[in-house]
Ligand binder design. Structure first.
Ligand SMILES: [Fe+2]
Length: 424
């Protein structure tokens, strides 16, 4: 079939790679246990290789079976439509209205002393790797419905430290000092993936203990934590002054207002029941993965804080991140998103099991300030919905016109027949 030859092979090849990356991303967002990740990766790699062989064999033979044609068309659709459209939508995406977002690199000197001796430590030394740098994000979020009593509330958001021997503890202590330079916040919220190794549990108290907050410190676990000594980690977090919010709600009082705080590491850890949300004036959810955003937006939660995706760790110019273990693939990679009255902040975290960060994805900590000015909040433009609505409208108009045309045509024919009948 000539359709699957020549220049068409390039978008087919691009679509093939994009389709398998998307598949890997989505399946890893469904809650694969960390112990089974290698098995999953091997299975997906084998299936992807078989699909590659099918394309290569068909191109070589110049004969495309029905299966090869169907797969070729799928790849063509991904390569020519899905990938370009999602890339453009990602490039034009901006922070929602009512959000101020600033970031600056924090000087991390003597980086060689931050490298440990454990597995993957050599990755830190790769040219261009940003794994031992740090940026501090300061963001102000205007939350619709936030009571004036909570206006100005400050949160130190930390996530994904991934304590492991490829780092030296000194690196995380330097990160902790950079956070302390902001001064005392009202809340400290940690959104999971504290450790990648049981030895890392001993670092929790010296690194996170010195951080203080006026209203309290709260933490949840992440998928990497759940593959290790959970009881030991939770005990260590509690000794460092953190309340474990896994699958639970609590409240804090501030200037007469009640703020509900909930936490979840689903789909790996316990779910958070939105029906059990305490009576409150506003609510914040700590969710390890940002995939829960639609659920908590539907429940009317004011703010969701998340990590897990690490910003993709390796970001490519124009395309952005590639690998992202999420049901939504690369959609919630990092930054701030709005859905209805709910905001989501996704941090790219601090560490990683594989300490590789390239293309502007350096480790990050954030200080979030809440604002309650409701007057200036505009709904975020969802370009995909706008495009879909325009498409629907175009279909409606063309259908209406074709109906009108057929109506006119039948009227015209009727007149012609009548004219023929009255002809002398
Ligand atoms: Fe993580």
């Amino acid at each position: 079939m000539t359709f699957f030859a020549g220049w068409f092979l390039i978008p087919i090849a691009v679509g093939h790679v994009a389709f398998w990356i998307w598949t890997v991303n989505v399946l890893h967002g469904l809650g694969v246990n960390e112990h089974n990740v290698s098995r999953w990766n091997m299975t997906l790699f084998s299936l992807g290789s078989l699909a590659s062989l099918l394309l290569l064999w068909s191109t070589w033979q110049g004969e495309w079976s029905v299966v090869a044609q169907a797969y070729g068309l799928l790849c063509l659709a991904v390569g020519c439509v899905a990938l370009p459209v999602t890339t453009v939508l990602r490039l034009v995406r901006q922070h929602p209205s009512g959000v101020v977002f600033e970031s600056a690199e924090w000087p991390m000197t003597d980086r060689d002393s931050y490298i440990g001796e454990g597995r993957y430590h050599w990755m830190h030394r790769l040219r261009g790797n940003e794994s031992l740098r740090l940026r501090r994000v300061e963001t102000t979020l205007t939350l619709p419905g936030l009571p004036p009593a909570l206006d100005g509330l400050t949160i130190l958001h930390l996530t994904d430290f991934h304590f492991a021997p490829c780092y030296h503890r000194r690196y995380f202590e330097a990160v902790s000092r950079a956070a302390q330079e902001w001064g005392v916040c009202d809340l400290i919220l940690f959104t999971g993936d504290m450790i990648d190794n049981d030895e890392g549990i001993a670092w929790v108290e010296p690194v996170l203990g010195p951080l203080t907050a006026r209203l309290g410190k709260f933490a949840i676990l992440g998928n990497h934590d759940l593959a290790h000594d959970v009881d030991g980690l939770v005990a260590s977090l509690e000794r460092a002054g953190y309340t474990n919010l896994e699958g639970a709600w609590t409240t804090v009082e501030h200037q007469g207002a009640t703020l509900a705080l909930g936490g979840t590491s689903t789909p790996w850890g316990p779910e958070l029941d939105t029906q059990a949300m305490p009576e409150s004036d506003a609510s914040i959810v700590l969710s390890h993965a940002p995939d829960t955003f639609p659920k908590f937006a539907s429940a009317g939660v004011n703010l969701v804080l998340a990590g897990h995706n690490h910003g993709g760790q390796i970001r490519v110019p124009i395309l952005g991140p590639i690998m992202m273990p999420s049901r939504f693939s690369r959609r919630y990679d990092r930054g701030i998103f709005r859905r209805g009255r709910t905001l989501l902040f996704v941090s790219q975290g601090v560490g990683g099991k594989h300490p590789l960060r390239f293309g502007g994805c350096m480790p990050e900590i954030a200080r979030v300030t809440l604002r309650c000015d409701v007057t200036r909040v505009q709904p975020e433009i969802d370009y995909s919905r706008v495009a879909l609505r325009s498409l629907r409208k175009a279909v409606e108009i063309s259908t209406a016109r074709s109906c009108e045309y057929s109506k006119n045509l039948s009227l015209f024919q009727k007149i012609r027949v009548q004219k023929q009948l009255v002809k002398p």
